[in-house]
Each structure stands twice: as structure tokens, then as C-alpha cells.
Design a protein around this ligand. Structure first.
Ligand SMILES: Cc1cc2nc3c(=O)[nH]c(=O)nc-3n(C[C@H](O)[C@H](O)[C@H](O)COP(=O)(O)OP(=O)(O)OC[C@H]3O[C@@H](n4cnc5c(N)ncnc54)[C@H](O)[C@@H]3O)c2cc1C
Length: 249
């Protein structure tokens, strides 16, 4: 429930003082800056929680009071961090867009992430690598049929993504369309990964000599996360159905 964000920024001379935490921050330890959604107007009992939020750009290296704590994956990899703020000063010029408009800005920007191909293309390079490794050999009827089917469906997904990109280029905010692309795309991605695992039919390991098998092992680990990040499948369905009924998101 993103609108319930409680990490807050209080007015100060020439900027804001931030206190609280920001969880699930991908790769904060390898980046220089990040954008954070903060409550800049306190939430009263009767106020709309989607108002009074602002997006703020924060320097991850040169900011006093900022602390990064890794949240390791089950396999030990470091991807996530929790960022905590203790009286962090952020100057006014670091407000992204307009103060108080963070919710609208954030939901509009999500169309880039949800409509883009990176949420359904992860196993594509894996299939390409399999074809490279099996070049000149007979991959069999089952694999040929599978790759024919996948290519046709990738082509359709690509066209849906391009339609979202065109709407964004035209200045529209395609939140329904992009939610549906991500909902379909990440389910398709999981299906591709499962079919490849079935085709290979032996134990996958990230240490395999075959690059194809290493890529597939990586897809098995990261695929499910793509159905969560940027909006879970349930939330995307909810955004689309509310949007189609003309209800507020
Ligand atoms: C790999 C990965 C990278 C990420 N990177 C970032 C990042 O860089 N920055 C960032 O801010 N976040 C990041 N996230 C966090 C991600 O955006 C959230 O995990 C996601 O939005 C779900 O929110 P939540 O974890 O609070 O789950 P919850 O909202 O608590 O959801 C838990 C479950 O309840 C269901 N649910 C929740 N509300 C409803 C509802 N109203 N109706 C029906 N079902 C509902 C959800 O679908 C889900 O199954 C990342 C997550 C992953 C997995």
C-alpha cells in the first residue's frame, strides 16, 4: 500500500529534513542517486493519502544521516538494500517535478517500467544462447515447435510494448495498457522459463560450463521477482479493472 508511505520530509530552511526508511531499494549500493517517495504534508485523519507525497532525488554517497543495509537474497547475492534516513537534509532543488504531486508522477512514470520489454525479455537471450550452442545439430521437433511458438508470442508482446511506448510519446499516461502488458508479460516469462527447464530436463546449476544453462539458472532465480517488482500481478489487475471502470486507481 504505497500511498501509506510514512517516511517523511519536514520543511527546513532551503529544503527538507527526512526521517524514516525505504525498503527494497534495488542496487542502491552500486548507484550514485535514487528517487524516493516521501510524505511532505502530514497525513490527517480525514485527508486523502495520495496527496501530500513528493518525489525527491537523493545523493547516495555524499549525504549525512543516510545508511544502507543490505537485504541478501536467499542465495546470498546482494541486490536489495534498506535505506534509512536520520535527519537527512535534502535541498529544494532535489524535488522531482512538483512538491505534493508525487503520487500522480509516480503512477504515471510506472508506465515506462510496466510497459517496457525488460519484464518479459529475460529468457530471450537464454534461448538465443541455446540456439548458438546447438548450431549445426538437430534440436529435435519438440524444441523446434517450442521456439516457433515462443517467437510468435514474443512478437505479439513486442507489439504491445511498442503500443505503450507510442502512447507515452503522444503525451498520454497509459496506466491500464502498461499494467496489462506487465501482467501478461511476466506470466509469459515464467511460462517460457518453465518450458525451457522441461526441455533441458536435468539439474541446473549456476556453475554449469554451458552459458545457456547458467543463464537459465539465473532466469529461474529472477523470473518470479519480476511478477512482484513494479507492481504484483494482483495489483496490476486491480489497476486495469479500476481504470476500465473509470474508478480512481
Ligand atoms: C526483484 C525486486 C526488485 C525490487 N526493486 C525495488 C526497488 O528498486 N524500489 C522499490 O521501491 N521497490 C522495489 N521492489 C519492491 C516491490 O515494488 C514490492 O515488493 C511490490 O510492489 C509488492 O509490494 P509489497 O512487497 O509491499 O507486497 P504487498 O503489497 O504486501 O503484497 C503482498 C501480497 O498481497 C497481494 N496484495 C496486496 N494488496 C492487494 C490488493 N489490494 N488486492 C489483492 N492483492 C493484494 C500482492 O499481490 C502480494 O501477493 C522490488 C521487488 C522485487 C521482488
Amino acid at each position: 500500500d504505497l500511498a501509506s508511505v510514512s517516511t517523511r520530509a519536514d520543511r527546513d530552511d532551503g529544503g527538507w529534513i527526512v526521517n524514516g526508511t525505504k525498503i527494497w531499494t534495488s542496487n542502491a549500493h552500486t548507484n550514485d542517486w535514487f528517487i524516493c517517495l516521501l510524505r511532505t504534508t502530514p497525513l490527517e485523519a480525514d485527508s486523502n493519502k495520495r496527496e501530500g507525497l513528493s518525489q525527491v532525488l537523493i545523493d547516495l554517497h555524499n549525504t549525512d544521516g543516510l545508511e544502507l543495509s543490505p537485504i541478501p537474497f536467499l542465495n546470498g547475492e546482494h541486490h536489495f538494500n534498506e535505506v534509512s534516513f536520520t535527519d537527512v537534509f535534502v535541498p529544494d532543488e532535489n524535488i522531482v517535478g512538483q512538491a505534493g504531486m508525487g503520487w500522480n508522477q509516480n503512477t504515471t512514470e510506472m508506465a515506462y517500467e510496466r510497459g517496457g520489454p525488460d519484464r518479459w525479455l529475460s529468457p530471450f537471450s537464454t534461448v538465443e544462447q541455446l540456439l548458438r550452442e546447438t548450431q549445426g545439430t538437430d534440436i529435435g521437433e519438440r524444441a523446434t515447435e517450442l521456439f516457433g511458438e515462443l517467437t510468435a508470442r514474443w512478437w505479439s508482446m513486442r507489439n504491445l510494448s511498442l503500443s505503450v511506448a507510442r502512447l507515452i510519446d503522444d503525451g498520454e499516461a497509459p496506466s491500464i495498457e502498461s499494467s496489462l502488458v506487465k501482467e501478461m508479460g511476466t506470466r509469459f516469462e515464467i511460462e517460457v522459463i518453465e518450458k525451457l527447464v522441461e526441455l533441458v530436463d536435468h539439474q541446473l546449476t549456476p556453475e554449469s560450463e554451458s552459458l545457456f544453462q547458467r543463464l537459465l539458472a539465473q532466469c529461474v532465480l529472477t523470473g518470479p521477482g519480476n511478477t512482484i517488482r513494479g507492481g504484483t500481478i494482483e495489483i496490476l489487475r486491480s489497476v486495469a479493472s479500476k481504470g476500465l471502470q473509470g474508478l480512481p486507481a
